[in-house]
Design a protein around this ligand. Structure first.
Ligand code: PNW
Length: 501
C-alpha cells in the first residue's frame, strides 16, 4: 500500500516534470502589466463620427468613394452617420470610463478642421468639436491620443493627385501646425499617420481603399515617399516650435503581420525577412534604423525589377543623403498595429508591377488557425510575440506602443472569440515584456465600439461595445469582451480562468 503511494507520487512528480501531469496544472506564468502601463481603446474619425456634411465639414476621399462608387463597399454602406460620435462623444467617453481606460486613441478628420485641406479656411465648428471631446476626456481622467491622419484625405487634396504628389507633405505640415496650435496644450500623445502601408494601397487598386486608383508598384511607392517626408516635417515642426512648451510625444502607427517561414530553408527565412522589410521596413527603416533610408533589400529589388521591366529609373523614389538625415530618428515611439500572421516562402505572386511582386514571396494562412469575420484575420497569438522581438532586434529595442490590436466577428454580445483573442494576445505580449525584454509601453484595443469597417461596411465588427446601426439613436451595449478588458485593466493581469495550458 505504502509502496503503491510512493510509486504514484513518483509518477506524478515525473509527469509534472514532463509537463503532462493532470493534477499539477502547467499554465502560463502569471505576469502582471507593469505599474503605470497605459491601457486604452481606439477609433478613427471616418469610422465613427458621421456628421459627414455638418457644420462646415469638407468632403473627404471616403465620402467620395462611398457616395460615387457605393458598389466598392459591402452592402453599399457608408460613414454618413456611422456611430454618430459627432453627436454622441460624451457617451463614448463614458464607455471608456466604464472600461477603466487610461487613454482614448481617436483621429481628427482633416476636412472637418480644414474643409479644403489647406490652412486658409479653418472651420471653427470642427475645432470646437475636438475641443469638446478632448475636454470631456480630460474631465474624466482619460488621456487623449490623437491620430492626425486615419485615411480621410480632404477631397480637394486628392484632386491635386493625393499622396503621390509631394506637395502634400507641406500641406500636411500646415494641417499639423493647426492641430498643435489648437490642441497641443492638452494633447500630449500624437500619431502622424495610421498605417501608411494600408492606405497607400488606395493608389494600388481601383477596388479597395480610397481613393481606389489603380497604379500598383508606382503610385503606392510615390505615396509612401510623400508620407515619410510629411511625417518627418511634422516631427521637426514639433521639435522647433511646440515641444519645449507642450512637452508631448510624436510617433507614427505602422501595421505589420508576422511572417513565419514555411520551412527552415534559408530561402524561406530570407523570404519572410523580405516580407518584414517590404511591409514594415519601408516605413520603419527610414525613421527608426540607425542608418536611415529604405532597407537595402527593398531598394535593390525594386531597382532590379524596374530595370528588367524596361523602366530607366527605379519605381521607388530615392532619398538624398540630406533627406536620409532629416528623416532618421523622427519618432518618439514606435506605434504598432498588429492583428495576424502568415506563412511565407520564396516565390512570385501578384501583378507586375506591385509591392507584392517586388517582395518576391508567397504568403498563406494555415487553415487550422482560428478564423474571424475578416478573411485576412486569423488568430495567431504567438506571432505577436515574434513581431515584438523582430522590432526589438531590428531597431535597437525602441519604445513600442501598441496602437491597435483586435478581432472581428458578426457583433454578438457574448463574444467569446474576441475574449479568446485578447486574453491570448495579451499573454504573448506579457511574455515579450517579461521574458524577452521588449520595450512595450502601452496598448490600445481596436476598437472601442463597432464601426464602419471600410470596404466591409458594417459587416465585420471589431467593437468592445456593440452599436445598433438600425436604431437612429445608435445605442451602445457592452459585450462580454468589454467586461473582461475592464477586469484586466483593473487587476493588471489576465484572469486565471483564461490561462492557457
Ligand atoms: C486597420 N489587412 O486596418 C485600421 O487601422 C482600422 O481602421 C481598421 O478598422 C482595423 O485595422 C481593422 O481592419 C487594417 O488586410 C485593414 O491586413 C486591413 C488589414 C490590416 C489592417
Amino acid at each position: 500500500m505504502k509502496a503503491n503511494i510512493q510509486v504514484l507520487l513518483l509518477v506524478t512528480l515525473l509527469a509534472g516534470v514532463w509537463g503532462k501531469n493532470p493534477f499539477l496544472k502547467h499554465k502560463t506564468p502569471q505576469y502582471k502589466f507593469p505599474a503605470g502601463f497605459p491601457f486604452g481603446a481606439a477609433t478613427a474619425s471616418y469610422q465613427v463620427e458621421g456628421g459627414w456634411k455638418e457644420d462646415g465639414k469638407g468632403v473627404n476621399i471616403w465620402d467620395t468613394l462611398t457616395h460615387d462608387r457605393p458598389y466598392l463597399v459591402e452592402n453599399q454602406d457608408n460613414g454618413d452617420v456611422a456611430c454618430d460620435s459627432y453627436h454622441k462623444y460624451k457617451e463614448d467617453v463614458q464607455l471608456l470610463k466604464d472600461l477603466g481606460a487610461d487613454f482614448y486613441r481617436f483621429s481628427i478628420s482633416w476636412a472637418r478642421v480644414l474643409p479644403e485641406g489647406h490652412d486658409n479656411i479653418v472651420n471653427q465648428a470642427g475645432i470646437d468639436y475636438y475641443n469638446n471631446l478632448i475636454n470631456e476626456l480630460l474631465a474624466n481622467g482619460i488621456e487623449p491620443m490623437v491620430t492626425m491622419y486615419h485615411w480621410d484625405l480632404p477631397q480637394a487634396l486628392q484632386d491635386l493627385g493625393g499622396w503621390p504628389n509631394m506637395q502634400l507633405a507641406k500641406y500636411f505640415e500646415a494641417y499639423a501646425r493647426i492641430l498643435f496650435t489648437h490642441f497641443g496644450d492638452r494633447v500630449k500623445l500624437w500619431i502622424t499617420f495610421n498605417e501608411p502601408l494600408t492606405f497607400v494601397s488606395g493608389y494600388a487598386s481601383e477596388k479597395g481603399f480610397a481613393p481606389a486608383i489603380n497604379t500598383p508598384g508606382i503610385g503606392d511607392y510615390l505615396a509612401a515617399h510623400t508620407v515619410i517626408h510629411a511625417h518627418a516635417r511634422v516631427y521637426h515642426l514639433y521639435d522647433q516650435v511646440f515641444r519645449s512648451r507642450q512637452r508631448g510625444k510624436v510617433g507614427i502607427a505602422l501595421n505589420i503581420n508576422w511572417c513565419e517561414p514555411l520551412t527552415n530553408s534559408t530561402e524561406d527565412i530570407a523570404a519572410c525577412e523580405r516580407y518584414q522589410q517590404f511591409n514594415l521596413g519601408i516605413y520603419a527603416h527610414p525613421i527608426f534604423s540607425t542608418e536611415g533610408d529604405y532597407p537595402a533589400v527593398v531598394k535593390e529589388r525594386i531597382s532590379r525589377n524596374s530595370a528588367a521591366q524596361g523602366y530607366t529609373t527605379s519605381r521607388l523614389p530615392t532619398f538624398s543623403p540630406e533627406e536620409v538625415e532629416y528623416i532618421r530618428g523622427t519618432s518618439d515611439f514606435f506605434g504598432l498595429n498588429f492583428y495576424t500572421a502568415y506563412y511565407g516562402k520564396e516565390g512570385e505572386e501578384g501583378n507586375i508591377p506591385s509591392l507584392g511582386r517586388d517582395s518576391g514571396l508567397i504568403t498563406r494562412q494555415d487553415s487550422n488557425w482560428i478564423s474571424s469575420a475578416s478573411t485576412w484575420l486569423k488568430v495567431v497569438p504567438w506571432g505577436f510575440r515574434k513581431e515584438f522581438n523582430w522590432i526589438k532586434n531590428e531597431y535597437n529595442n525602441p519604445q513600442v506602443f501598441v496602437t491597435e490590436n483586435g478581432f472581428s466577428d458578426l457583433g454578438e454580445l457574448n463574444d467569446t472569440g474576441r475574449v479568446y483573442f485578447y486574453t491570448t494576445y495579451l499573454t504573448e505580449m506579457l511574455k515579450a515584456i517579461h521574458e524577452d525584454g521588449c520595450n512595450v509601453i502601452g496598448y490600445a484595443a481596436w476598437s472601442l465600439m463597432d464601426n464602419f469597417e471600410w470596404n466591409r461596411g458594417y459587416a465585420e465588427k471589431f467593437g468592445l461595445y456593440h452599436v445598433d446601426f438600425n436604431d437612429p439613436t445608435r445605442p451602445r451595449t457592452p459585450k462580454e469582451s468589454a467586461k473582461v478588458i475592464a477586469e484586466i485593466i483593473k487587476t493588471r493581469k489576465i484572469p486565471e480562468r483564461f490561462w492557457q495550458d
